[in-house]
Design a protein around this ligand. Sequence first.
Ligand code: FES
Length: 114
Amino acid sequence: MTQEVARWVEVLPLQRLADQAILCVRVEAVDMLLVRDGERVFACERACPHEQADLSLGRVAGGRLSCPRHLASFDLNDGHISPGWPSRPLRRYPTRIRDGRIWVDAAAIESAAR
Ligand code: FES
C-alpha cells in the first residue's frame, strides 16, 4: 500500500474560529467544516453521513459534533457516530496550524473523493 504525500493548502486564519466553533469553507471544490473544540481544530464533511443534514447547524462539545436533525453525534477524533445509528463514520481531513493559519491536506480530500 502506498502512503499519500500530504499537499497542504492554506484555508483561513485561526483567528476566524475565535468567536465561533464551526465555519463553512470550500476547499478543493469540496464543502466542509472547520470545527474548533477547545484548542483543537478539525476539518470534516459538511453533510451528515446519516441523512445529509447540514452539520454547520450542529453543536460541538467534548470532542463531538452533534447533528441538528436527529441529534446523533460524531467523535471528531475518529468520525464514529453515536451508538444505534446506521451510518458510516464522518469523513474528516487532516489539518495543521502554521503561522496562525489553518491548513488542510488536499491529498486527503482527493483520496476521499475516489
Ligand atoms: S441527519 Fe444527521 S443524524 Fe440524522
